[in-house]
Design a protein around this ligand. Structure first.
Ligand code: ZN
Length: 485
């Protein structure tokens, strides 16, 4: 284990274990913030907690690097809490059970919080060390990233300053992320009065779809279950009454299953069955990757229940079918989605139908234009709409000074070239850069697998290599003496 002698590597894992013992799901970050703050206090470093729950710690440069460009080291405090159905842990109050298997560190039955605990551990180990060479440092630990970049969004303008932002919230070693899409949420609401209706009830369950993250999978030819359900119901050419609809719980997840029920006249049953089967076949042809697509239709005779009027049902379906889904604009030079939309949630209650979309774009004006189109479409169908939780894109700066520094450090450590790329998922860099003029940013991190799931695991060897890379970048920046970025 000679690599554990690398500067302060043991401190990285010591802090990582301490962090895992402190419950720190989104919205429950007071204790982890206190741990980081106490670490800073014990080192005599200045620490500030802002109104949004971010923690900002400053450390002067190591000797001789006082004039070097200042660096902001950044990660987020919160983690996604997810656990296996059989796991009985209360993640609000209990720490994680860390395990090691081969090269992997994971937590028994739950998410590991490697996203983004490894960033906190790296940062605290650097603060603690008196041998690591680094420029003037600000450690920015943001609050509640996982539930809408809340801490970064609440960061005051000018609160942090620096030339370079190193965001440690990426999960693939060998990649430097240098730009990402921005996003927003659009909530569309349709209110109506229900009426009592009698007839046969058809309950449709569309299941077995791939699903996935709307930032990383949206370019794939996948069927969103809410869109599939809207198409199925629209294929019914006779008057009907919508009773129920439930599809999805998160706007940024491509919906993998949806269930809806409608009331029909008994004499239409055979015709409706045929229409649904035809539509199902055409969905299979349109989405050949969805090999597990499954449509179940259950019929109940002589049902009386409250449902939407036939007119309201038709209007709502027309609206949902009119929404684009997936990539609406492709970026020709970056070869990636430029703008996209995901109908993540459809929920029918007693008095209203709520449809929630996640909009993403590399262009803030395109994001706003698409959100505006959605709002108008909802209004033209008698609904109301609200665009919120907007955050800016992180624009790629070609050949930035920081990109050169990072690539040179990588080549020095690995002997190969890194991948430099822009992604469609959201990172905090754009939000932070918008509040700190002249800041260049880059995002990287060690290999983490299956984040946000109980299978999350961290590669220990990758954590060690990435630590060396991070220290190399800091010492290279420390050697820049003119203080100019
Ligand atoms: Zn993260």
């Amino acid at each position: 284990m000679h690599h554990l002698q690398f500067p302060s590597l043991q401190a990285v894992f010591r802090h990582f274990c301490a962090i895992a013992a402190i419950p720190h799901g989104s919205g429950n970050t007071a204790a982890i913030r206190a741990y980081c703050r106490e670490t800073a206090d014990s080192l005599g470093l200045s620490a500030k907690e802002d109104a949004a729950g971010n923690l900002i710690i400053r450390k002067p440069a190591s000797k001789g690097a006082e004039k070097a460009p200042a660096v902001i080291l950044q990660g987020h405090l919160d983690m996604v809490c997810a656990q296996l159905p059989e796991c009985t842990k209360d993640m609000q109050t209990e720490g994680l059970d860390l395990r090691m298997e081969g090269d992997f560190l994971f937590a028994e039955g739950t998410t590991l919080g490697g996203d983004d605990g490894i960033a906190i551990a790296y940062a605290l180990a650097i603060l603690e060390s008196d041998t690591i060479v680094h420029p003037p440092l600000t450690v920015l630990l943001t609050n509640d990233e996982e539930i809408g970049l809340l801490g970064a969004g609440g960061l005051a303008e000018g609160e942090v300053e620096g030339a370079y932002l190193l965001n440690l919230d990426s999960e693939k070693e060998g990649e430097f992320i240098v730009g990402c899409a921005g996003g927003a949420r659009v909530d569309m609401t349709f209110s109506f009065r229900r009426e009592m209706v009698s007839g046969v009830r058809a309950t449709l369950s569309l299941t077995g779809l791939s699903g996935g993250h709307s930032g990383t999978e949206i370019h794939r030819p996948l069927l969103n279950a809410n869109c599939g359900m809207a198409k199925l119901l629209s294929s019914i050419a006779v008057p009907m009454h919508l009773c129920t609809w439930q599809g999805g719980t998160r706007d940024n997840v491509i919906t993998a299953d949806a269930t809806a029920s409608v009331l029909l006249a008994p004499q239409d049953q055979a015709q409706v069955m045929a229409a649904l089967q035809t539509c199902e076949q055409s969905l299979r042809q349109q989405y050949p990757e969805e090999t597990q697509l499954h449509l179940a239709i259950a019929w109940e005779q002589d049902v009386t229940c409250s449902a939407l009027t036939a007119e309201s049902t038709a209007v709502v379906l027309e609206h949902l079918c009119s929404l684009p889904q997936g990539v609406t604009c492709w970026h020709e030079t970056l070869h990636m989605p430029k703008t996209s939309l995901n109908l993540g949630i459809v929920e029918l209650t007693e008095t209203s139908l709520l449809a929630v979309c996640s909009v993403r774009s590399l262009s803030d004006s395109e994001r706003d234009a698409l959100a505006e189109t959605l709002c108008r479409a909802a209004q033209s169908h008698g609904g109301t709409a609200r665009c919120h939780a907007a955050y800016p894109a992180w624009d790629y700066v070609p050949d930035s000074k920081l990109e050169q520094i990072a690539c040179n450090a990588f080549t020095a450590c690995y002997g190969t070239k890194p991948q430099v790329l822009t992604i469609h998922a959201g990172l905090e860099c754009g939000v932070i850069c918008a509040k700190c003029s002249g800041l260049e940013a880059i995002s990287f991190g060690p290999d983490l697998y299956d984040i946000h799931s109980p299978r999350e695991r961290l590669s220990i060897a990758s954590t060690v290599r990435t630590w060396k890379l991070l220290l190399r970048m800091l010492s290279d920046i420390a050697a820049i003496s003119d203080g100019q970025a």
